[in-house]
Design a protein around this ligand. Structure first.
Ligand code: DON
Length: 304
């Protein structure tokens, strides 16, 4: 299949669709991104690369980074992670407070903000130098030592992160945050500020399509069983209250971020990343969702 040609045809067909999305501006620094960027990159487990558009420009990966922090905690730290969060889809927005009160400070899953904050609490309590350790982990996954946090984005979010502070305080009141709140939130905001290109994202997620092994280095990151479970979590929880739509229309485990990125994997085959900054009302890339829907429809390369 000529995937590059398919990418270009889908991109052209989407030009007729008005991009009804809006760039995230609740983190002021994210509003500075040019909304018309579009990039896609696919890498197969046997090392073939296909790209289109702005696939080498780095952007703020935001919630996509929650997969990295979760995998780190799940693979490296002997913790009681499943006593501190659940594995159920939330069916609510990524930063919702409502359910957390009913659930006594136990987040529904590791990919909503509350769950990712608990993962940061676990990492902050266990790692010698959490920010450096997470950055090295991500650099190793894609084999690029220049990947870094954007301090301006982290700072911008810290100044305006009132809902996230509400979440962490509520969980602290229930005893589900063990470390100092400011240390945990500093780690969380930095995690979300990581910048990567579509190519780097696809490369770094490829181990999830390859039984937990990074193909280029041969390193086993997760056991096959935990890899399967991580993909199951991405399938059911990776798109918040749009996880059903993504499964219905695209049919791949994946994760989105409010920077406009989406990464998805087809186990045994490939990882794909799309970037288009305008978001739909659920906080997922408007064109990215349409593009992936069309891609798996045309190629039949989905899990269903
Ligand atoms: O905490 C936040 O609100 C952002 N740093 C991340 C949210 C996000 O990316 C949700 N994804 N669609």
């Amino acid at each position: 299949m000529d995937l590059k040609k398919i990418f270009s045809e889908i991109y052209d067909s989407l030009n007729d669709v008005e991009d009804a999305g809006k760039v995230a501006d609740y983190i002021p620094e994210l509003a500075n991104v040019s909304p018309d960027h579009f990039g896609v990159h696919l890498v197969t487990v046997d090392g073939q690369h296909y790209d289109f558009g702005d696939s080498d420009i780095r952007f703020s990966i935001q919630s996509i980074a929650k997969v990295f922090s979760f995998v780190m905690a799940y693979s490296q730290i002997k913790s009681t992670i499943w006593e501190r969060m659940d594995v159920e889809p939330a069916g609510t927005p990524f930063n919702s407070l409502v359910q957390l009160e009913y659930d006594k400070g136990i987040p529904r899953n590791p990919f909503i903000n509350a769950g990712a904050i608990v993962v940061c609490d676990i990492l902050a309590g266990e790692l010698a130098s959490p920010k450096d350790n997470i950055r090295s982990f991500v650099r190793d996954l894609c084999g690029n030592r220049t990947i870094d946090y954007n301090p301006l984005v982290a700072h911008s979010e810290k100044k305006t992160g009132f809902r996230n502070y509400a979440l962490v305080n509520l969980m602290k009141s229930f005893g589900n945050i063990h470390n100092d709140i400011d240390a945990v939130m500093d780690l969380y905001f930095h995690l979300c500020s990581l910048e990567m290109s579509c190519r780097e994202l696809s490369d770094s997620f490829l181990f999830l399509a390859n039984n937990g092994i990074v193909p280029y280095s041969g390193k086993q990151i997760l056991s096959p069983s935990r890899t399967k479970r991580t993909n199951a979590l991405m399938q059911t929880c990776g798109f918040y209250d749009e996880a059903g739509q993504f499964a219905f229309k695209v049919g791949l485990p994946g994760k989105s971020g409010v920077g406009g990125g989406i990464v998805a994997v087809l186990p045994g085959k490939y990882a794909i990343s799309v970037w288009s900054p305008r978001l739909n009302p659920k906080g997922n890339s408007f064109k990215g969702m349409l593009f992936l829907e069309e891609f798996t429809t045309r190629t039949h390369l989905s899990i269903f």
